[in-house]
Design a protein around this ligand. Structure first.
Ligand code: ZN
Ligand code: ZN
Ligand code: ZN
Ligand code: ZN
Ligand code: ZN
Ligand code: ZN
Ligand code: ZN
Ligand code: ZN
Length: 267
């Protein structure tokens, strides 16, 4: 039985696409020569193949052919179907062969990144040193780390560069998903999982530890025990008094330190 007229998807609008994008075409994956809804549909399928050796991601710039979902015609990628004339996607990038009707995402193509991003071109700038687009709030206001987005999120291991989720740039310049970052802070972890530097201003916490140490006398046996520490925040190594609560860096006052073997002095 046919669905009543009113329940049919409106022609040319949000009624077509896959679970990732609303649009009126599928893509032919050049790597396996199969038709998929979008590159995510392809990657999900290709990376759940039984043989791990077959797992692969599509190279989006290699996509040449698309199939119109309205008239089923396969053709070279373009915005308008050459057969039925339908607009296959309100947003169309001819470099990425990317289509999306939901232009509320404010897609734009960054030539330096070589991919389409969301969030509005005016809200981002491309940092050449980091090799990625960052929010304009970070212009002249972040630590540059070469290719800092070309790695996997240290919490959930998704590749960050073309991740669809927001990312956070920490004080040290390393990056992770904003949601993963919030989750980490919620669990009282305040150092970067990559370099161990403190990710927020910890001076109030360090003061509190100062007071705690002041109030906690160490037993006689330990009172004069010394240890060498490496400061995760400033990389300084110093010899300090051992304390059960923590070892404070004499250089930058941080307690984000670890004990190390004493340096071997030249004989
Ligand atoms: Zn899809
Ligand atoms: Zn068509
Ligand atoms: Zn693009
Ligand atoms: Zn960019
Ligand atoms: Zn940078
Ligand atoms: Zn993550
Ligand atoms: Zn870091
Ligand atoms: Zn320090």
């Amino acid at each position: 039985m046919d669905a009543p007229e009113c329940e049919r998807p409106a022609f040319g609008k949000m009624g077509y696409g896959c679970k990732h994008y609303k649009r009126r075409c599928k893509i032919r994956a050049p790597c396996c020569n199969e038709i998929y809804g979008c590159r995510h549909c392809h990657n999900e399928a290709a990376n759940s193949l039984p043989n791990p050796a077959d797992h692969h991601d599509i190279v989006r710039h290699d996509v040449k052919q698309v199939v119109c979902l309205v008239c089923d015609t396969e053709q070279l990628a373009g915005q308008i179907c050459t057969n039925c004339g339908v607009n296959m996607g309100e947003y169309f990038c001819n470099i990425c062969k990317f289509y999306d009707d939901d232009i509320g995402k404010q897609q734009f193509h960054c030539d330096d990144c070589g991919i389409c991003r969301v969030g509005g071109r005016e809200n981002f700038f491309h940092c050449k040193k980091c090799g990625s687009c960052y929010s304009i709030a970070l212009r002249d206001n972040h630590m540059c780390v070469e290719n800092s987005m070309r790695h996997h999120c240290p919490i959930c291991y998704e590749y960050l560069f073309d991740s669809l989720q927001d990312t956070t740039v920490m004080k040290c310049g390393h990056t992770m998903h904003s949601d993963c970052y919030k989750e980490m802070i919620k669990r009282d972890k305040y150092c970067c999982p990559i370099c161990s530097k403190s990710v927020i201003d910890m001076s109030i916490t360090w003061k509190r530890i100062d007071e705690e140490i002041e109030a906690t006398a160490m037993p006689d046996d330990y009172r004069n025990r010394k240890v060498w520490i490496l400061c995760n925040d400033c990389n300084d190594t110093t010899e300090v008094n051992f304390h059960i609560i923590g070892q404070k860096c004499r250089h930058c006052n941080s307690y984000n330190t670890r004990t190390i073997a004493p340096p071997v002095l030249p004989q």
